[in-house]
Design a protein around this ligand. Sequence first.
Ligand SMILES: C[S@@+](CC[C@H](N)C(=O)[O-])C[C@H]1O[C@@H](n2cnc3c(N)ncnc32)[C@H](O)[C@@H]1O
Length: 266
Amino acid sequence: MISKGCQGLLQVCGGNITQRALTQKSQSSCFLWRCYHRGISGKPLDPEMRAFLEENTEVINSGNLTPEIRLRLLTPRCRFWHDKAILWPYGDPYWAIYWPGGQGLARYLLDNPKVVYRKRVLDLGSGCGATAIAALMSGASQVVANDIDPVAGAAMILNCELNNVNPFPVVTEDLIGTKLDGWDLIVLGDMFYSEELAESLHWWLEKHAKIPGTQVLIGDPGRPHFVTHQIQKELHKISEYALPEATKQENYGLATTVVWHYQPLL
Ligand SMILES: C[S@@+](CC[C@H](N)C(=O)[O-])C[C@H]1O[C@@H](n2cnc3c(N)ncnc32)[C@H](O)[C@@H]1O
């Protein structure tokens, strides 16, 4: 069953595909999808997938907090904004929306490059990949994006191309529950959208934020499962941004987005 918080997120689009999510589970499969740089994997993006994404998204760089990043997103000018949800051949396209949590994080990384400069960055629940792209633009030495939706991985390749950055590896395995090492910075934008996810993320983040040298930054515009969660006691506000009008309208009354530093007690 799709949680109430998730419904709230998906209603943003107002389009038919997102409405389908209110009654069905996401069809995203979980497998490791290594979209390594073409030079390494030698595997370009599947031409059919590329054509599908190019045909059914619009390149935009307005209405959000990072006009310097161009993204392929689902907009009212795209066929599937209005078309029957049943015709959409993939899982619910969270990656086709640039969420306020990710917008705040990306803005913060672009304005404060020293936070990521020469750092190894993991973007968990990367979606369209904007936060990961911002990290690369600000000089991160290594960026890996993680999203359980493989179509998000394809969209991220196109978004990297649009911004003239080398595509970063995208892992589509569910990493929550696994033990990771070697990250200087873990970033998460708008990931606290269901009670279950908030719980598992908190448990997972607590372990990783305690690793010496690993910093965790969370971008969130005040989602109910975030503001009511016990994680609040361990957060320090870093930055708050007023949301642009277009993002505000899409997010039902949310006015700002905040970047938090998660610091659990040792
Ligand atoms: C609300 S979107 C946020 C996307 C992006 N961070 C942003 O702020 O624009 C949440 C994303 O998390 C992904 N996701 C959900 N559960 C996940 C999990 N267990 N591990 C990794 N990604 C996950 C979804 O596929 C979706 O793309």
